[in-house]
Design a binder for this molecule. Structure first.
Ligand code: AMP
Length: 396
C-alpha cells in the first residue's frame, strides 16, 4: 500500500512535527557514529527548502532514572545536526511546557528545532514508551503537520509515533521511512528471483519468525552463526559444546521438514576448544567433535553459499556467520559480505547491527543497495508483521 510522503505535503509556513531516529551512540557528550543523523537529513532539508518549520522529536537510549538524563540529552545531537545542515538549530531542553511552546511559536520559516529526548517522559509512568494518550495529543497540538521518518522505532507503539499520528488528520512518511518500506517491502512482497536470504546470529529464537515467513517467498535460505547448531541438533548431528537452544530443537525439525532443500546449512565449521580467539581451532565437516564448539562456518560452506549467491537477484542478509568479533572466526561473515558486495545485478539488503558493521569493515557498504537503519524493525518487517509506526501513516 502506497503511503503519503513528506513531498506530498505543502509544508510552507507550517509547523511540521517530525519523528526522526537520532538514537545514536553518545559517550561523555561525544557522538560515536552520526549515521542516523545523516540518514534523517533529506527529510529535514526538504522542509527547510520548502519554507516549513521542522520540529524534531527523537528518543535516545533508555531513561530509567533522573541520573540517566545527563548522558541522554539530545543537545549534542542538535549541535551535530547544526554542523551537518550548516545552519543554526534551536535545542529545547524540555519535552513539554512554556519554554517549548514559546520556542516553537518563535520559529521562522526554514528554522529547525530539536525537542529534548522523548524518553525523558518515561520517568513519569513511561508516558512515551507506553503511548500515553494525553502525551500524544499534547505533542500533536504543537504542530500543523506530522511526518514519521523513524523506521528504527516503527515496530513500537510510542507517543511520538503512533500517539501523534492518531491525533493528526494525516501522517506522512519521511524519505528514509519511504526508502525502508520500498526496499524491505519489495523484498518481502515482490522480490526478483532467485531470492536468497542469509540469516545468522546467535539465536534461532530471534530469527524463527523471519525463516517461517521467508520459507514460502525465498528460493534459498542460507543459515550460519550460532543458530546453526540448534538445526544440527535437530538433524541428529553432534554439536559438542556449540551454542544450542534445546527448547527450539522441535521447531527446528519442523522448519527443516517444511523448507526442504531451500534451507542450506553449513557443511563444515571452524571449531575451537574455548570461546576465545586464541583457543586451538580447526575446520571439521559435519559432526562437531566432543570438547569443541563451532564458532564460524568453514571454507566449503563459504564456497557453497557464494555459489548460491552468484545467480541471486534479491538478497537479504541479517546476522553474522560466526563470532566475527574475533579475527579467527570472522572469515565466514567477511567472505559472505564480500560476495554480497560483488553482486552487480541484484538488489542487496542488509539489516541488523552486526551485518552492517561487517559491511562497513569490508568497505562494501556503498555497493549494497540498501542498508536498513532499523535492526528490530527490519526483522519484524521481514517476519511479515504490520509495524504499528507504519500502519499509523496515512495510505494514499
Ligand atoms: P545476533 O545479535 O543474534 O545477531 O547475534 C550476534 C552475535 O552472535 C555476535 O555477537 C556473534 O559473536 C554471535 N555468534 C555468531 N556465531 C556464533 C557462534 N557460532 N557461537 C556463538 N556466538 C555466535
Amino acid at each position: 500500500m502506497a503511503k503519503l510522503i513528506v513531498s506530498d505535503l505543502d509544508v510552507k509556513d507550517k509547523k511540521v512535527l517530525v519523528r526522526v531516529d537520532f538514537n545514536v551512540p553518545i559517550k561523555n557528550g561525544v557522538i560515536g557514529d552520526d549515521n542516523r543523523i545523516v540518514a534523517a537529513l533529506p527529510t529535514i532539508q526538504y522542509i527547510i527548502d520548502n519554507n516549513g518549520k521542522a520540529i524534531l522529536f527523537s528518543h535516545l537510549g533508555r531513561v530509567k532514572t533522573e541520573e540517566d538524563k545527563k548522558e541522554l540529552s539530545l543537545r549534542p545531537v542538535a549541535e551535530r545536526l547544526s554542523e551537518l545542515l550548516k545552519k543554526p538549530v534551536t535545542f529545547v531542553p524540555a519535552t513539554r511546557g512554556k519554554e517549548l511552546e514559546d520556542a516553537i511559536n518563535n520559529m521562522k520559516d526554514g528554522d529547525v528545532l530539536v525537542v529534548e529526548n522523548t524518553r525523558f517522559e518515561d520517568l513519569d509512568g513511561k508516558k512515551e514508551s507506553k503511548n500515553d494518550p494525553e502525551l500524544g495529543k499534547y505533542w500533536a497540538s504543537l504542530g500543523d503537520l506530522y511526518v514519521n521518518d523513524a523506521f528504527g522505532t516503527a515496530h513500537r507503539s510510542h507517543a511520538s509515533n503512533v500517539g501523534i499520528s492518531s491525533n493528526m488528520p494525516q501522517a506522512a512518511a519521511g524519505f528514509l521511512m519511504e526508502k525502508e518500506i520500498k526496499f524491505l517491502g519489495d523484498a518481502v512482497e515482490n522480490p526478483k528471483h532467485p531470492f536468497v536470504a542469509i540469516l545468522g546470529g546467535a539465536k534461532v529464537s530471534d530469527k524463527i519468525g523471519v525463516i517461517s515467513n521467508l520459507i514460502e517467498k525465498a528460493d534459498k535460505i542460507l543459515v550460519g552463526g550460532g543458530m546453526t547448531y540448534t538445526f544440527y541438533a535437530a538433524k541428529g548431528l553432534s554439536i559438542g559444546k556449540s551454542l544450542v537452544e534445546t527448547d527450539k530443537i522441535d521447531l527446528a525439525k519442523q522448519i527443516i521438514a517444511e523448507a526442504g532443500d531451500k534451507l542450506v546449512l553449513p557443511v563444515d565449521n571452524v571449531v575451537a576448544t574455548e570461546f576465545s580467539n586464541d583457543a586451538p581451532h580447526k575446520v571439521v565437516e559435519g559432526d562437531i567433535p566432543d570438547g569443541y564448539m563451532a564458532l564460524d562456518i568453514g571454507p566449503k560452506s563459504v564456497a557453497e553459499f557464494k555459489d548460491v549467491l552468484k545467480t541471486a537477484k534479491t538478497v537479504v542478509w541479517n546476522g553474522p556467520m560466526g563470532v566475527f568479533e574475533m579475527p579467527n572466526y570472522a572469515k565466514g561473515t567477511l567472505e559472505v559480505g564480500e560476495a554480497l558486495g560483488d553482486l552487480t545485478d541484484a538488489t542487496t539488503i542488509i539489516g541488523g547491527g552486526d551485518s552492517t558493521a561487517a559491511a562497513k569493515q569490508l568497505g562494501i557498504a556503498p555497493k549494497i543497495t540498501h542498508i536498513s537503519t532499523g535492526g528490530g524493525a527490519s526483522l519484524e518487517y521481514l517476519e511479515g508483521k504490520e509495524l504499528p509506526g507504519i500502519a499509523a501513516i496515512t495510505n494514499k
